[in-house]
Design a protein around this ligand. Structure first.
Ligand code: G1P
Length: 912
């Protein structure tokens, strides 16, 4: 086969693509979902699963290796001329065994787009073609639709007996192993007019069984809405005692013992097996069937109505079009138009990914076989970065709600409830502190403030989270009872509320004093790298110390903004917090680890279970001074103590101390030790000087760059299971958090380089990831950015990764340089000469100040970044004023907001 055909190809302008022989890759999966929370995964053989949460799986939950192991896939059987059984989905024992035979009886291709999946299969032996399309309609229903179209491509008529077969698992993922059989006894399985329903009596949980509310169904009809003639609702009856799901006896032998509507058989594994009437398919004729897999959670009438609502060809096509329009509209909000159309279309898939993670959390695609749904604290905040650009409506509310998860000791709740602002105390009372958690809310809030100029947000009030863990998880508060609720109270038992600014201060000031022996912030249970979880006593995260330092400086800048723009001279804070603002009273010697600990303990001792509720006012100026003093101390400290030079003459920052209090990085008898994370935050936060950034680029290129895996690895090979650092080093080298090209950190590296003006180096990081990801023969994934690339160059954990947020953020705010500065619009492009198309143009469509913007950069002289400057700006063909600020320009927000007469504002920017 031509090499071209072995890669997926974009077929239009909106990210639709085609992949020939997709079923030769048994680890491929594609997401289908809607805002109502129906979450499906589908493979080329229609394997995968369908669910709305951990406890409501319509199809059996699958991990990546179940995509080839599990037979409980969606299927559609045709018995041809009463003799030959053929799976229109390609998923029969015979077809699979024939797949690699010389004759190659079947050819397949997947076509997919936002958010639909189609597999086309042609069988040369029977001259039959099947086209199976799946999607989840963009409405409030928890339904996956599947249309099966069969065409007779031959010259003789065929008698066909069609049977749809989708096993209904109908229970919690926990029951996959735990009481799999017993939970089938709970099944109440009925046949209705159009299909099979399963309503389990209980949801099984030995800690307390509950009456079950969810019901599941598979319903179907032919193209004109005609019902099936009967049903085989019991799995073991359908497959037969000696049969298999990939060779079901009832379909193969055309058994007539099917049931009509109105039957009930309880207590067995169930299947939505729907037998349709026999048809005679003339040459060239086609016939279509539509199926719906339904999850009904609140005893509504969804199951009863589903067939009428969805099951005909016309209805299916209408909903499909509606679905395509829905996603297109959403994704059209952000578009890139450069010389590389393939990259621009690939970015549309990346732009979708943060929305997918908002819906799926980190748990519900085949690689993501952990967790029980929902996202962690860090992901909650970082996904908002992208949502601020993709779906800005409602983000203010979300951010405000999220702050309710902060504890007054600076840590935060780790179990996030399903309702906005709901945080839950850990049932098992596990206290684990991730020391990076306090840093992300500030980054997201800063982006929000810059985009919106809504500085008043900082003064909004929010409560604090309270449970038994206190003093950084080192103490248990015996006076707190679960019944007291999860909100911090004051002495009068009122829910204590502090400003958002106060929450941010708490998160940063406490950590400032929580240092290890080397005077960097303690690593605690881990930082961004969840795998650094075995250095709790003496580990330190130098790199996040750098991020906190830059946050402190930026917080000081924002306070300046609050002063000058909103005329706020004093800030109200909890009286206890004053202890942490030591320069207001008695300055602590920051070189002394002991003095820092003493002060932190004084703060922890200043409240017991409840806070006083008393607020004090501090001068904004004194606050700014205190924050700057702390940040400056950190920066000096890091530059002095953590900058390394090894024997080969390479220089970089040490990122960590291990549990023995030793530097992790540098020369080592087992090989040079370097982490990418260690470099990212000193660069991003201006801790590294320009010359240090240049040294780091050289060192990372030498020790971490590997073109076989899409660029910069997370670390060098330590050749040792570091029991004094974390589980990551138990992973084989080159996988996940041990030295894979881990997209999230690599993209943050790129972001940091761009921020510092090293656009060429930043561009190299992104383009390495891009090139590897689109090289399907190696990466083996559909378009988009995977969580990481392994040693074989393959992309894993596709779709649900924080790297997508950071990539789109970097593209918008750095590469195209479109970002806010406390509400005003900054344009600071860092595009390369080759990014401009044949009309010397590079364009971005995005939203700013509630306006749709189309910003075109014109570069007639094909200049490179650093050689061009913004010379002229036309707004809808009229020249406008702008303020030059270093290399960038600033346009006042009101110039945009005053424009109310157009749907989309066009800005043409001349570069020279
Ligand atoms: C995942 C987690 C993220 C964590 C990272 C490293 O990254 O979601 O919270 O920081 O692993 O351990 P992601 O898949 O989002 O790129």
């Amino acid at each position: 086969m031509a090499e071209e055909e072995m890669n997926w190809k974009f077929t239009g302008k909106n990210g639709e693509f085609r992949l020939e022989n997709a079923d030769n890759n048994n680890r491929l999966y594609f997401p289908l979902t809607n805002e109502a929370g129906m979450m499906s995964a589908i493979s080329p053989l229609l394997n995968g699963d369908i669910k709305t949460g951990q406890n409501t799986f319509a199809m059996e939950p699958v991990s990546i290796d179940n995509l080839h192991n599990n037979r409980s896939a969606r299927n559609f059987w045709l018995l041809i001329d009463d003799q030959t059984l053929w799976s229109a989905a390609g998923n029969s024992a015979k077809q699979i065994s024939q797949k690699y035979s010389e004759a190659e009886a079947e050819s397949t291709k997947v076509e997919a787009g936002f958010l639909w999946h189609k597999i086309i299969r042609i069988n040369q032996e029977y001259n039959l073609k099947s086209e199976i399309t799946n999607f989840v309609p963009a409405n409030n229903d928890k339904v996956e639709l599947m249309q099966v179209k069969i065409t007779n491509k031959g010259e003789q008529a065929r008698k066909i007996t069609p049977t749809a077969a989708i096993p209904i698992y109908g229970r919690s993922a926990d029951n996959l192993r735990d009481h799999r059989h017993v939970t089938s006894l709970l099944h109440r399985t009925k046949t209705i007019e159009n299909g099979v329903t399963v309503s389990p009596t209980l949801s099984f949980d030995e800690r307390g069984h509950k009456k079950n509310k969810a019901a599941y169904a598979v319903v179907g009809a032919d193209q004109s809405g005609k019902k099936p003639i009967g049903f085989y609702p019991v799995l073991e009856d359908f497959i037969g005692r000696g049969g298999f799901l990939d060779w079901p006896e009832a379909a193969a032998k055309k058994m007539d013992n099917y049931l009509e509507a109105g039957a009930e058989i309880d207590g067995y594994e169930s299947i939505g097996a729907l037998r349709f009437e026999d048809i005679n398919l003339e040459p060239g004729e086609e016939k279509t069937y539509v199926l719906a897999v339904v999850i009904e959670e609140e005893n509504d009438d969804l199951i009863a109505d589903a067939a009428k609502k969805y099951c005909s060809r016309e209805k299916f096509e209408n909903y499909l079009q509606e679905n395509k329009d829905f996603w297109k509209k959403k994704l059209d909000k952000l578009q890139f138009d450069s010389a590389d159309n393939k990259f621009d279309q690939w970015m549309r898939w990346v732009n979708l990914q943060p929305i997918l993670r908002r819906i799926y959390g980190c748990s519900f695609l085949p690689h993501h076989d952990y967790g029980r749904g929902g996202r962690g604290w860090r992901d909650l905040w970082q996904d908002c970065l992208a949502l601020l650009i993709m779906e800005p409506e409602g983000v203010r509310e979300t951010l405000l709600n999220n702050f309710a998860g902060v504890r007054i000791d600076g840590t935060n709740a780790t179990i996030i409830g399903s309702k906005p602002g709901e945080f839950i105390a850990d049932r098992n009372n596990i206290s684990r502190v991730w020391m990076d958690h306090g840093a992300w809310p500030f980054l997201t809030t800063k982006l929000y403030l810059d985009q919106s100029g809504d500085l008043d947000f900082l003064l909004e009030k929010q409560s604090y989270f309270k449970d038994s863990h206190t003093a950084f998880g080192n103490q248990i508060d015996d006076n707190w009872n679960r019944e007291d609720g999860n909100k911090l109270l004051d002495q009068e038992n009122n829910i204590y509320q502090g400003s958002i600014l106060e929450h941010l201060l708490v998160q940063h000031l406490t950590l400032f004093f929580n240092v290890g022996d080397n005077n960097n912030f303690r690593l605690e249970g881990a930082d961004w790298n969840d795998g650094l979880d075995m250095a709790e006593e003496n580990g330190e995260s130098v790199t996040f110390t750098a991020l906190y330092a830059s946050n402190l400086l930026e917080m000081a800048e924002i306070l300046e903004g609050l002063k000058s723009k909103n005329k706020v001279e004093t800030i109200e804070i909890a009286q206890e917090l004053k202890i942490l603002l030591d320069s207001l009273t008695e300055s602590v010697n920051y070189d002394s680890v002991a003095a820092k600990h003493e002060l932190l303990n004084k703060y922890f001792d200043s409240y017991q279970t409840k806070v006083s509720g008393t607020k004090i006012k501090v001068e904004a100026d004194s606050l700014i001074k205190d924050l700057k003093r702390k940040a400056d101390w950190i920066i000096k400290h890091l530059r002095k103590n953590e900058w390394l030079e090894n024997e080969e003459g390479y220089k970089w920052f040490n990122g960590y101390y291990d549990n023995d209090g030793q530097k992790l990085e540098g020369d080592h008898p087992l090989g040079v030790r370097m982490t990418l994370t260690g470099q990212v935050f000193p660069i991003m936060g201006n801790v590294a000087s320009d010359s240090q950034v240049e040294e780091i680029i050289k060192t990372a290129d030498n020790y971490l760059k590997d073109d076989q895996v899409g660029g910069y690895r997370l670390n060098t090979n330590f050749n040792e299971v570091l029991m004094n650092m974390g589980r990551a080093y138990g992973f084989a080298y080159g996988h996940k958090e041990n030295g894979a090209m881990f997209s999230h950190m690599a993209v943050m590296y790129s972001n940091a380089l761009y921020k510092r003006g090293y656009a060429e180096a930043g561009n190299e990081v992104i383009s390495s990831i891009y090139k590897q990801s689109i090289n399907y023969q190696e990466s083996k994934i559909y378009p988009g950015i995977p969580e990481y690339i392994n040693n074989r160059g393959e992309g894993l954990y596709h779709y649900l990764t924080g790297s997508a947020s950071w990539l789109l953020l970097t593209m918008v705010t750095q590469v195209y340089g479109v970002r806010g500065d406390l509400g005003d619009l900054v344009l600071d492009p860092k595009l390369m000469a080759e990014d401009f198309d044949q009309n010397s143009e590079a364009k971005i469509t995005t939203v700013f100040a509630d306006r749709d913007l189309e910003i075109s950069y014109h570069n007639p002289e094909a200049l490179n970044y650093k050689d061009y400057e913004i010379k002229e700006i036309l707004l809808d063909d009229q020249e406008i004023d702008f303020v030059k600020k270093d290399n960038s320009v600033m346009i006042k927000r009101n110039i945009l907001t005053d424009k109310t007469d157009v749907e989309k504002i066009k800005l043409d920017i001349k570069l020279k």
